[in-house]
Design a protein around this ligand. Structure first.
Ligand SMILES: Cc1cc2nc3c(=O)[nH]c(=O)nc-3n(C[C@H](O)[C@H](O)[C@H](O)COP(=O)(O)OP(=O)(O)OC[C@H]3O[C@@H](n4cnc5c(N)ncnc54)[C@H](O)[C@@H]3O)c2cc1C
Length: 260
């Protein structure tokens, strides 16, 4: 039995293909066009946005006499006018480790613009139980004792079942899978596990807004607070409109341009 805290790993992000972009800029008549985007992901969002009106430079579209210069001002405008579909062109890939099934069940409710791969507790046997301890429990000596004892007992149950069904002696993987799946039914909802979660920027904004709200559950607020810190530093122009207010020691990430 072990107590853990959720961890986030940013493991992937959208990358631009420079040759392809240059060929497109030649094609549309703005050879050598560049921008000051801090990341490929933000650069591509800008390109896809400008493509809509051919607003790479004044006059390329005769209807366009002025264009916003710079990736920051351009994406800020996209956010202000709610042109959120442009932000669907870039994606990020996260692994969330030591997160509970409470967390993953809440996470998977967000359906639009995501891809999910969850550690299978049919295949991965629970021999040691690990869990995040919510602050409310941590603050109470009595609560902490009950929490720890229960987790220890549930861990012992997992071991007893493994012994009773002699899972170590099973040779067929199918048998092991069936037994593992049966045993997990009495593991706690708070058992720590791993989930891979990928999403586009539009979805990411929505989920950060919803899940750092003080009305959301502590663990998911904690995780998306960390996610926000990571993406705000790496893609500053996509998240430039956000402000943070600390509530209960966790960041509440707010904007006047919610759910674009
Ligand atoms: C604080 C909090 C408390 C919650 N409590 C509960 C609860 O008690 N019980 C419960 O069941 N759930 C609860 N939820 C989950 C909530 O109801 C949503 O399921 C979850 O937040 C996913 O958000 P979403 O609906 O915006 O979907 P997302 O998949 O994140 O979609 C983003 C947006 O895309 C659009 N969209 C997505 N799918 C469709 C569709 N099929 N049709 C039309 N438009 C679509 C919607 O505009 C949606 O807002 C809670 C969520 C929060 C943040």
């Amino acid at each position: 039995m072990k107590f853990v805290r959720p961890k986030i790993f940013l493991v992937g992000e959208t990358r631009a293909v420079d040759d392809g972009l240059e060929a497109y800029f030649d094609h549309v008549g703005v050879s050598g066009w560049t921008t000051d985007a801090p990341s490929d992901a933000e650069r591509l969002c800008e390109v896809f946005g400008r493509l809509c009106y051919r607003s790479f430079e004044p006059g390329l579209n005769p209807n366009v006499t002025r264009v916003r210069q710079g990736n920051g001002p351009y994406l800020r405008h996209i956010v202000e006018v709610g042109h959120g579909s442009v932000l669907e062109h870039a994606s990020v890939n996260f692994i969330f480790a030591d997160v509970s099934r409470v967390f993953t069940h809440e996470l998977v409710r967000h359906r639009a613009g995501v891809a999910i791969s969850q550690e299978s507790l049919r295949f991965v046997r629970l021999d040691t139980l690990t869990a995040f301890v919510p602050t409310l429990i941590q603050e109470s000596e009595e609560g902490m004792a009950i929490f720890a004892k229960t987790l220890e007992q549930l861990e012992a149950v997992q071991r007893s079942l493994a012994d009773a069904y002699r899972i170590e002696d099973a040779t067929s993987f199918d048998t092991k899978k069936k037994l593992t799946s049966a045993f997990r039914r009495i593991a706690p909802d708070g058992v720590a596990t791993t989930v891979g979660w990928s999403c586009n920027f539009r979805t990411l904004r929505h989920v950060i807004e919803r899940r750092t709200d003080p009305a959301a559950e502590e663990e998911i607020r904690l995780v998306f607070g960390m996610v926000y810190e990571t993406v705000r530093a790496r893609y500053p122009n996509v998240f430039a409109d956000y402000a943070v207010e600390m509530v209960d020691g966790l960041p509440w990430v707010k904007t006047d341009h919610g759910k674009i």
